[in-house]
Design a protein around this ligand. Structure first.
Ligand code: HAM
Length: 439
């Protein structure tokens, strides 16, 4: 037919098909050489930290049987119900581009009986994911994740939850991100989760008429999805829900308590958000999300949680598991809105650890300036952490730290801001080192 048309209208055929300019599919992006460096840098940093935590790389196909996602993420999750990009197939079995990495990793774990080879498996992946979303800033149809999963029978240990969250936070910090917020919650065991959903249904059913049409339906088939609804009236209803943890068994409560203790021990700051439930069905117990307001509406940089039943639901042994995935495009967006150090960066940023040593720190500052070394000081004597943040913002190459101990011994701690290396030096040595610009 086409050949016949071609013969009849050679000119038109040429116009339409030979000169057509193709465009990139909506919701995808080309990464040009000018941007590729930033991608490589965050990949390299993440790989280094993941190796420090003993994670090994896994690469799975970018498409899988559609059933894998339906079973793992849940038929009624937004990702499955609305966003799966299915590949048309003439065979019986349908395939879909992977919308996330957890289900494929678990499929590989089960299919290869990895539980028989090792008691705890720590895997990471880096690669493209696909969701048929309505594209907007930070929301793409092809996006990239760096994800990590820990799987093993009898490994439900609150310290592991804290380790995975700390790993996620430390990777973001290594990217230079600072302004993010970690939110955590627990869904409890499968039974607790069922109670949670029933309780929530009861509370929301009492206000059914205030909910949007979609949420009225969600009341029947997946009440948790109502918590993510962006409709103004629904949000007002959700914000006024009284949060309690009555659905949790004592065991789940204790587990959650120990996760929080372990996070405190690791000095990881977090906010508890009792209605954080996450949009994928496989989660149990700890769930978390890391958001950054600089991203606007799509503010989640990263997210994850426990999924202690997924391995057995996919035909494997009873195994506990937890993981997270961060969105690389969102990380790069957040990095681009993070304040950059001025081009004319300082050489030294003097930090006084308390009021008593401030006069000496001030003296050191002026000695350095006198020697022609661009220097500044934090006049607000706050914690070391917050003064280090100021040093970072000022773009200083070095921090010169003075505490009571150093003051007594006539030395300072000299920290290289780029490498984190720190050593003690006397004042004359300090001046000479900074003049040369070398540690
Ligand atoms: P998720 O919350 O669906 O979780 O996605 C994780 C991260 O991927 C998000 O926080 C976001 O940064 C990024 N992301 C998701 N969708 C898009 C999109 N359309 N465009 C750009 N970035 C996006 C998961 O995928 C789970 N598999 C995480 C996990 C691992 N849970 C346990 N292990």
């Amino acid at each position: 037919m086409l050949a016949k048309q071609n013969a009849l209208f050679p000119f038109l055929y040429h116009e339409f098909f030979m000169t057509k300019q193709f465009s990139i599919p909506r919701g995808t992006a080309d990464i040009f050489p000018s941007e590729a460096g930033a991608w490589q840098e965050i990949e390299a940093k993440a790989r280094r930290i993941l190796a420090d935590y003993n994670y090994q790389e896994i690469r799975t196909p970018i498409f899988e049987e559609t059933g894998l996602f339906r079973r793992s993420l849940g038929q009624t999750s937004e990702v499955v119900a609305k966003q799966l990009l299915e590949l048309s197939s003439s065979g019986k079995e349908g395939f879909s581009l992977r919308p996330e990495g957890t289900a494929p990793v678990v499929r590989a774990y089960v299919e290869n009986s990895i539980d028989r080879q090792e008691s705890l498996t720590k895997l990471f992946y880096i690669g493209p994911m696909f969701r048929g979303e309505r594209p907007q800033k930070g929301r793409l149809r092809q996006f990239h994740q760096i994800g990590a999963e820990v799987i093993g029978p009898n490994t439900g240990n609150p310290y592991l939850d804290a380790e995975v969250i700390a790993l996620n936070v430390n990777i973001l910090k290594a990217f230079g991100l600072q302004g993010f917020r970690l939110k955590i919650n627990t869904l409890g065991s499968c039974e607790d989760k069922e109670n949670f959903s029933n309780g929530l249904r009861q509370k929301l059913a009492a206000q059914r008429s205030r909910l949007c049409e979609d949420c009225q339906k969600r009341l029947e088939y997946n009440v948790f999805r109502i918590l993510d609804c962006k409709n103004k009236e629904c949000r007002a209803v959700i914000e006024h829900l009284h949060a309690d943890y009555e659905h949790l068994s004592q065991e789940s409560r204790d587990y959650y308590g120990r996760v929080k203790e372990a996070l405190n021990a690791l000095e990881i700051a977090f906010d508890e958000v009792p209605y954080l439930v996450r949009g994928l069905d496989y989660y149990t117990h700890t769930v978390f999300e890391i958001s950054d307001t600089s991203l606007g509406i799509q503010d989640a940089l990263s997210a994850g949680g426990r999924y202690n039943n997924l391995v057995s639901e996919l035909g494997g042994p009873q195994a506990d598991a937890i993981g997270f995935a961060l969105g690389m495009e969102r990380v790069l967006l957040a990095m681009s809105s993070e304040p950059k150090p001025a081009a004319s960066a300082l050489t030294a940023y003097v930090i006084a650890l308390d009021e008593n040593v401030f006069p000496k720190a001030f003296h050191i500052l002026n000695m350095l300036r006198g020697a022609g070394i661009p220097s500044d000081i934090d006049y607000k004597i706050s914690s070391l952490k917050s003064q280090m943040r100021s040093a970072h913002k000022a773009g200083s190459r070095y921090a010169v730290i003075l505490g009571e101990e150093e003051n007594k011994r006539g030395v300072v701690a000299l920290k290289d801001m780029a490498t984190g290396n720190q050593r003690e030096v006397g004042l004359t040595e300090l001046r000479e080192i900074l003049k040369k610009g070398k540690v």
